[in-house]
Design a protein around this ligand. Structure first.
Ligand SMILES: [Zn+2]
Length: 183
C-alpha cells in the first residue's frame, strides 16, 4: 500500500516536471520567433512578476485554459510597467480551440493584444524535423538575406535567388533571416 503511494507520487512529480519543461520550451521558442527588439523576462513588480516585457508590451504567457488568471495578471503588469497588455496563449487540447476564440474576443474588448503560440511553435518544430537539404530557400538579392518557405518574406519582390541548402546560401554570402531560420 505504502509502495503504491510512493510510486504514484513519483509519477505525479515526473509528470509535473515534464510539463514544466515543455511550457518553458514553447515560451522560449515563441519569444525567439517574435523577434522583439527588447526582451525582459520575469520582471519584478509589486505583488507580482511579469513573464515577458517586450517592446511596448507587458506579456503573460499562459495556457488558454487559465484565461481568467491570465487576464487579471496582464492588466496588473500593464498598469505597473505602463505598457500595453498582451497575452500569448497556448492551446493544449482540441476543446481549447473554441475557448481560444472566445478569449481572443474577450481580451481584445479589454484592449489586450492576443497572440497564439501554437502556430509558431509547430512551424519551428516542423522546420527542425526536416532535413535542411530538403528545403528550398529564397535569397533576397538586395539585402543578401535568405528565407525558409514558412517565412512571410519568402516570396518577396527581391527574393529571387534560390538555394537548395543553408550551406549553399551561406557559401554564396547570404545571411539567414532571424525570423524564420534558427541560428
Ligand atoms: Zn525569413
Amino acid at each position: 500500500m505504502k509502495n503504491t503511494l510512493v510510486i504514484a507520487l513519483f509519477i505525479l512529480a515526473l509528470v509535473s516536471v515534464c510539463w514544466g519543461a515543455s511550457e518553458a520550451e514553447w515560451k522560449e521558442v515563441w519569444i525567439e520567433a517574435m523577434d522583439f527588439d527588447s526582451v525582459e523576462r520575469e520582471a519584478e513588480i509589486p505583488f507580482g512578476r511579469v513573464d515577458v516585457i517586450a517592446d511596448s508590451f507587458a506579456i503573460e504567457v499562459d495556457y488558454v485554459s487559465n484565461f481568467h488568471n491570465a487576464i487579471g495578471q496582464v492588466l496588473h503588469y500593464a498598469y505597473e510597467r505602463k505598457k500595453k497588455p498582451g497575452l500569448a496563449l497556448y492551446i493544449e487540447g482540441s476543446k481549447d480551440k473554441e475557448k481560444y476564440l472566445y478569449v481572443k474576443v474577450l481580451a481584445e474588448s479589454l484592449g489586450i493584444m492576443v497572440w497564439l503560440i501554437n502556430d509558431i511553435v509547430e512551424l519551428t518544430r516542423t522546420a527542425e524535423s526536416l532535413p535542411s537539404d530538403s528545403i528550398e530557400y529564397h535569397g533576397n538579392v538586395k539585402s543578401k538575406i535568405f528565407h525558409a518557405p514558412w517565412c512571410s518574406n519568402y516570396n518577396c519582390k527581391n527574393c529571387t535567388a534560390i538555394f537548395h541548402s543553408r550551406e549553399e546560401a551561406e557559401k554564396t554570402g547570404y545571411k539567414p533571416c532571424k525570423r524564420c531560420i534558427k541560428p
